[in-house]
Each structure stands twice: as C-alpha cells, then as structure tokens.
Write a protein that binds this ligand. Structure first.
Ligand code: HAM
Length: 463
C-alpha cells in the first residue's frame, strides 16, 4: 500500500514552494517597513492557550483543534491560529516590559484546523500575520489594515477593497448579545444543533453559521451598529477616517463578525475572486482585541492588540489562477557544461568561484553529449550556458551562450566577474522588480540582515 499525505495537507515542490516562500517573505518585508519584528512561537501549545483566548464559543476551538494527550497525559494542541501563542509568548517573556510599545511582531508558519477540506480550505495551512500589542489606538488599528493592503498591492493585487465592521466595546457587545438572544429565542428550534450551542455560548457566532436555512433566519437579526455605545461608534468613525486618509478603499459590512472570540472594535477581511471565477474564501482577516494579555497573566493597563493573518495557500492559488506568479522564480543564472571528463574537476571549481560572486550555477553530475546538456540548460531556466573544453581551459577562457538571444561569446575567465556584472545588469544596484504598483519592496533598504536582496535577484549585491 502506498502511503499518501494526510487528508487536508499538501506537499510543496520547486516553483510552488518558491511561490509560497515569496509570499511569506514579501509580508515580512512589508511588516518591516512598519517596524514589525519577527517572532516565532512553537506549533505545539498547551490546549488552554487557545481555550482561554481564541474562544470556547468559536468553531475553531470547539470543533477544529488537533488536541491530544502527550505521553505524560498533558493536553496539547497544534495551534489553530497564530495570535494566542504570540500573546502567550509576549506575556511569558514580559516582552512588553523590555520593548517600546506598541510591541509589533510578524510571524509565518503552519497552523492546523480539522475542517472539511475543500477549495481554499486545508487542515494544515500557512498563515502569515502580524500583531501590534500594548497600545489602544485607532491609528494603530488603521496601520495594521494599511500594512495588509500594501502587502497585497506589492504582490500585484489590484482594486482590492477591505471589508470592515466594528464589534464595539464590551458594553456594546453585551447589549448586542442580549438583542440577538431575544431575536433567536423563538427561532432556535428550527435551527441546527451548533446554533443551539452558539446561542448559549455566544449568540454572535450564529451569524457565522454556514447552514443556508440558518443564514436566512440570521439575515433578519438585529445589527451591531444599532447597539454601539457612543464611544465605540466614535472610535469606529475615527479609525475609518484614518483609513480613508491613507488612501485605502474600504466597504462597511455590518454582517462581518469574524470566527474567533477575542475581537472588539474594528474587524476586517479581504476577499477576492480569481480570474477563473473561483472563490477561495477570505485572503486575510483580523481586527482589534482587548483583554487577551490578562488571560495569560499580563498587565491590564496595556491589554490591547490588533493584528491580522493571511492564508498563504489562498493567496498563492489566486496568484496562480490570475497569472501573477510569472517572473518570481527566475531559475538558474548559469548552466555549466564540461566538454569531456578531463575538464570536469576544473569546471567544478570554477562553478564554486562563480557562486562566490553571488550567481547561481549548476553543472551535470555526469557530462554527456552537448545536445543533451543544452536541453538540461533550457529546462533549468538558465540565462547562460557556460561551456568549458580542454582547449578553453588551456587558453584561460570559457564560451558563454546567452540562451535568450542565442548569441555566444568567448570570455576570459579573469574577466568573468565584470562580464557577468554587465550581463545581469546589477552593477548599478537597481532592482527591476515591480510589485505591481511601481514599487519594489526593496527600494527602501529596509532589509538589513538580508543585505539588499530582491527576491528575484538573489545574487550579487555589491552596490
Ligand atoms: P482567521 O480569519 O481565522 O483569523 O484566519 C486568517 C486567514 O487564514 C483567513 O483569512 C484565511 O485566509 C486563512 N485560513 C483560515 N482557515 C483556513 C483553512 N482551513 N485553509 C486555508 N486557509 C485558511 C485568524 O486566524 C486570526 N488569528 C487573525 C488575527 C491576527 N486576528 C488578530 N490577529
């Protein structure tokens, strides 16, 4: 019996894996533009991390967690989302005390939900997200949305608008939940088993029910906006005005309640359909939350946060369907070919020297006929084929064939650095990669540790 991947999980290989890495790196680069720093927390957490914060009323916690007892009978869970673990970590290490506030972090990694696998829905998927913690500010909330929209724009998404709603403050939500209870009281008998539970735990969750008949009933339910306190409503409009000033298109969706329990004030989601008409679900979602640090024993005075997470699978699928991935994986720079076994060792060393210059180069493990090596060169996506025979070796030269223009030149090995510099056009330190709106994510030098790499030209960074 062959063994396949677990249902709802998937493998990534080559160009696809590159695409996923590209999306995550781009989110990281944009997060850095806003002063966010990387955080990595374990995939495995004590189950309580999620029951306390993500919410006992949410479907995610009630039905979708990969929870099991470890060998010492402790209940542990594969994280179903990133926020709870991040807040647990911030409180555990008192990061709020040693960093300026807001503390802004970025993360990306696998999360697990036991959902029914379908289009855009996996059991293991990758989330890239941010959290900004410790300050209660509409400007910070707006910034988080701006960051999300900028990342999507850099990826090449055009004309996206963000759906926003407010879930108000605690007082507003309490009033709203009472109104929902009253509304659903005489309707609940005809509704699904889950909705019975939701009515008891958190009636707002009913608005998220996927059963069509229940959705029909929910359409007539009271709206949050009619139960907002004056304060909460002022705050919502203040946030919207900042979002507006930042030039972000938004749409108020008063039915947007989000699937996790921790939100208050602004919540948001971005949706897009592919060119082929497919709907993979929300590309990203997030919002403001208060009171989560307290759940882990953190200080109440700074108990505020805002964040979002995107589904990397969904973004990748849309980009693939919309043909937005071209040029992301620009293949090898050079494919090197030995003419005869006697030059293989020298060519192997030359390849290493070329890599020292920052270019990518590969040679076959076993030389062969020139024609079959050229086929491999074509398949590798290389810009140049480099040919070395014993005659070339003796004269200290190589043949370089440009596989795009099909022109061939003899180049002195000593002149290779200058030649490649010129050909790859990177001597001026410019990056010709455009993220769809005239910007390269690396125009602005924000990526110190990584040098000045653009994801599309990972070689040769001397500027
Ligand atoms: P969420 O809306 O549950 O929010 O998930 C965020 C994103 O993850 C979704 O918009 C979607 O793109 C993706 N996603 C969710 N479920 C699946 C699935 N089964 N398969 C593929 N992709 C999926 C959160 O998780 C919050 N922690 C976001 C947040 C951060 N709020 C504040 N800070």
């Amino acid at each position: 019996m062959p063994i396949n991947a677990v249902k709802g999980t998937h493998d990534l290989f080559a160009a696809e894996a590159d695409g996923y890495a590209y999306i995550q790196n781009l989110f990281r680069a944009v997060a850095k533009q806003y002063g966010y720093r990387q955080i990595e927390t374990p995939i495995l957490e004590h189950t309580e991390v999620f029951t306390r914060s993500t919410g006992e009323a949410s479907d995610v916690v009630r039905k979708e967690m990969y929870t099991f007892l470890d060998k010492a009978n402790r209940s542990v869970t594969l994280r179903p989302e990133g926020t709870a673990g991040v807040i647990r970590s911030i409180v555990e290490h008192k990061l709020y005390a040693t960093s300026d506030l807001p503390l802004k972090v970025f993360y990306a990694g696998p999360v697990f939900r036991y959902e029914r696998p379908q289009l855009g829905r996996y059991r293991q998927f990758i989330q890239a997200g941010v959290e900004a913690v410790g300050v209660d500010s509409p400007r910070l909330d707006a910034e988080c949305i701006a960051l999300a929209m900028r990342a999507l724009a850099y990826l090449g998404f055009k004309n996206l608008s963000v759906k926003v709603n407010t879930l108000g403050d605690a007082e507003s939500r309490l009033a709203y939940k009472e109104a929902l209870k009253a509304y659903f009281a005489d309707k609940i008998d005809g509704m699904c088993e889950d909705c019975h539970q939701r009515l008891l735990l958190n009636p707002m969750r009913i608005l998220d029910c996927k059963v069509p008949e229940d959705q029909e009933i929910a359409k007539g339910a009271p709206k949050m906006k009619d139960y907002l306190s004056l304060e909460a409503s002022k705050r919502f409009y203040e946030t919207l005005s900042i979002i507006n000033d930042l030039g972000i298109e938004y749409e108020i969706d008063d039915g947007l309640v989000r699937g996790l329990d921790y939100y208050g004030h602004i919540v948001f989601e971005v949706h897009a359909k592919s060119a082929t008409g497919k709907d993979y679900g929300a590309l990203l979602g997030g919002g403001h939350y208060d009171g989560m640090l307290k759940e882990f024993g953190g200080p109440e005075e700074i108990d505020h946060g805002v964040g979002f997470a995107c589904g990397v699978e969904r973004i990748y699928s849309l980009m693939r369907d919309n043909e937005m991935l071209e040029g992301i994986d620009d293949g090898l720079d050079i494919y090197a070919m030995p003419l005869g076994a006697e030059v293989e060792q020298e060519l192997n060393v030359l390849c290493e020297n070329i890599r020292d210059l920052g270019y990518s180069v590969e040679m076959p493990m076993k030389g062969g006929k020139l024609g079959s090596m050229f086929k491999k060169a074509e398949r590798s996506g290389a810009k140049f084929a480099l040919i070395l025979g014993s005659d070339e070796l003796e004269r200290g030269v190589v043949q370089l064939k440009n596989l795009e223009s099909k022109t061939q030149e003899e180049v002195r090995i000593d002149d290779l650095p200058a030649y490649l510099d010129r050909e790859f056009g990177e001597g001026e330190g410019e990056c010709d990669h455009d993220h769809g709106d005239g910007h390269c994510c690396h125009d602005r030098d924000e990526n110190e540790e990584e040098g000045h790499h653009c994801y599309h030209h990972h070689h040769h960074e001397e500027e």
